[in-house]
Design a protein around this ligand. Structure first.
Ligand SMILES: Cc1cc2nc3c(=O)[nH]c(=O)nc-3n(C[C@H](O)[C@H](O)[C@H](O)COP(=O)(O)O)c2cc1C
Length: 216
């Protein structure tokens, strides 16, 4: 199998969580002689090369971080420059996010299914998973721990050619956390996370409170 893999994050490669996820995913996918061409949408200088590769590929995988419940604007800008395909191409997606509940990825997933159709491609499914806010801040050991499950998904993609297997569907984890976990997470955000946002704000020179409403 050969695949064109596009990192749809506007963050440069060095800081992109999607990039670290793709490192592990492609490790699994490329076992046994499979190959891929990898590009980043954040590198605008490579857009012509990505378009050329898209035109020549029949197996396209776009890996996307959820930005404000849907796909990043820079990726949208790039997608609008593509010519819909007329052959037998397939388009699959990895959709990953900060918050961990599967349910919040479903709207983006529904959009991606339509997107494959708009671009004249067969839809190869979307691998959905959240809980990825911190990947780029982890040390090497913990980063590999957090991203290594994607290697298995790379193997699964290589063997099935899509993300439609039960294994891929189970990879998302819980759709909604149980009530006690939701209450705990809410408490955590209102206390520890709030404190750290206040500290970050102060370190950036902010003098007003977090809930300041200058236009209210
Ligand atoms: C502008 C912006 C918007 C985001 N919106 C969401 C969101 O709606 N839901 C969510 O779970 N995570 C959201 N995130 C978190 C990212 O999806 C998450 O950190 C992801 O791993 C980033 O991947 P990247 O570093 O490759 O861009 C957002 C991050 C940014 C910077």
């Amino acid at each position: 199998m050969h695949a064109l893999i596009i990192n749809g994050s506007p963050r440069i490669k060095k800081f992109s969580n999607t990039d670290k996820i793709l490192d592990e995913f492609t490790k699994g996918m490329c076992e046994g002689g499979n190959t891929c061409d990898r590009y980043e949408i954040s590198d605008k200088a490579s857009w012509d090369a990505i378009r050329k590769s898209y035109d020549e590929s029949d197996n396209i995988l776009i890996a996307i971080p959820l930005y404000v419940e849907c796909i990043p604007g820079l990726l949208m800008e790039f997608l609008e420059t593509l010519t819909p395909k007329t052959g037998n191409a397939k388009m699959s997606f990895i959709l990953q996010s900060g918050f961990a509940e599967g349910v919040q990825l479903r709207c983006g997933e529904a959009y991606l299914e339509k997107l494959a159709g708009y671009l004249g491609c067969e839809y190869g499914g979307t691998l959905c998973k959240g809980g990825n806010f911190e990947i780029r801040f982890l040390n090497d050991e913990n980063r590999v721990k957090a991203t290594s499950p994607y290697a298995e998904m790379g193997r699964e993609f290589a063997s099935c050619g899509n993300f439609n297997s039960d294994k891929c569907k189970a990879f998302t984890g819980p759709e909604i956390f149980p009530t006690p976990v939701r209450v705990l997470v809410g408490f955590f955000f209102k206390t520890v996370v709030r404190k750290s946002f206040i500290r970050d704000g102060e370190s950036l020179g902010c003098k007003e409170p977090l809930d300041y409403k200058p236009y209210a």
